[in-house]
Design a protein around this ligand. Structure first.
Ligand SMILES: Cc1cc2nc3c(=O)[nH]c(=O)nc-3n(C[C@H](O)[C@H](O)[C@H](O)COP(=O)(O)O)c2cc1C
Length: 207
C-alpha cells in the first residue's frame, strides 16, 4: 500500500491531476494521498474545470474527485509545517501535475517558498521518487536547463504529451492513456487496454 503526495500548480492541464486523483482514490494499492494545490493552481483549476477548490475543508476534495474520500488529505500550500514537509514522514512518491515553469524553477534552485516546493525538495534529499509533469510551450533554455538539472538528480520528467498509436477517440482516451503511463511509474496497478503490443497487422494477426 502506497502513500503518494500530489502537488497541483498553476500550469494548464488540471484535468490530468483530477483524473489521477480519481484513479488513486479508487486504487487498492494506495492507502493515502496527500494533496496540495498552489495559489495559482487554485485559480487554474477554477478556470479549466470550473471548480471552486479554495478552502481548507473536505469540500475541496469532493469538488475535485466528485465524492468524499477518507484517503485524500488536503494541505494548504502555505502550511510549511505539514507532515509532507519533513523527511521523517514516509511518502513513497510525489507527483507535481501539472508543473508550472515557476515551480520547476523553484525546485531546481532549491527555493522552498511553499509546501509543494518544500515537499519536492524533501523527496530529492531523501532520494525518493519525484515525478514532474511540466506544461509549457515552447520551452525556453531556462526551462530546459531546469529540467535537465533535475533529471540528472533522478527526478522523472514526464510531460503530458499525447500519443496516438492507441487510436484515441476522445479527450478522455488521451488523458487516461497518459495517466496509465504515470501509474506504471508509480507502481500502481491498473487495467490499461491500450498497451502497445507490436504492430498486429505486420505480424499477420487480424482482429
Ligand atoms: C489559465 C492559466 C494558465 C496557465 N498556464 C501555464 C502553463 O501552462 N505553464 C506555466 O508554466 N504557467 C502557466 N500559468 C502561469 C502560472 O500560473 C504562474 O507562473 C504561477 O506563478 C505559477 O505558480 P505556482 O507554480 O506556484 O503554481 C498559467 C496561468 C493561468 C492563469
Amino acid at each position: 500500500m502506497k502513500s503518494i503526495t500530489i502537488g497541483i500548480t498553476g500550469a494548464s492541464g488540471s484535468i490530468y491531476a483530477q483524473r489521477l486523483l480519481v484513479f488513486l482514490n479508487k486504487s487498492a494499492d494506495v492507502s493515502r494521498v496527500d494533496l496540495v494545490i498552489s495559489q495559482a493552481g487554485i485559480r487554474v483549476v477554477g478556470e479549466e474545470l470550473g471548480l471552486k477548490v479554495a478552502g481548507t475543508d473536505s469540500r475541496v476534495v469532493r469538488e475535485l474527485i466528485g465524492q468524499d474520500s477518507d484517503k485524500v488529505f488536503l494541505h494548504q500550500a502555505s502550511d510549511i509545517g505539514a507532515t509532507i514537509a519533513s523527511g521523517s514522514y514516509l511518502s513513497d512518491a510525489m507527483i507535481i501535475i501539472p508543473c508550472s515553469m515557476g515551480s520547476l524553477g523553484a525546485i531546481s534552485s532549491g527555493i522552498t517558498r511553499d509546501l509543494i516546493h518544500r515537499a519536492a525538495d524533501v523527496m530529492i534529499k531523501e532520494n525518493r521518487l519525484l515525478i514532474l509533469v511540466p506544461r509549457e510551450t515552447p520551452f525556453n533554455v531556462i526551462h530546459l536547463e531546469n529540467m535537465l538539472k533535475l533529471a540528472r538528480l533522478g527526478v522523472r520528467i514526464i510531460p503530458a504529451m499525447p500519443s496516438f498509436y492507441h487510436h484515441p477517440k476522445t479527450i478522455d482516451d488521451l488523458i487516461d492513456h497518459f495517466i496509465h503511463r504515470l501509474l506504471d511509474h508509480l507502481g500502481v496497478s491498473h487495467e490499461q487496454e491500450t498497451r502497445w503490443e507490436g504492430s498486429k497487422k505486420k505480424e499477420g494477426i487480424t482482429k
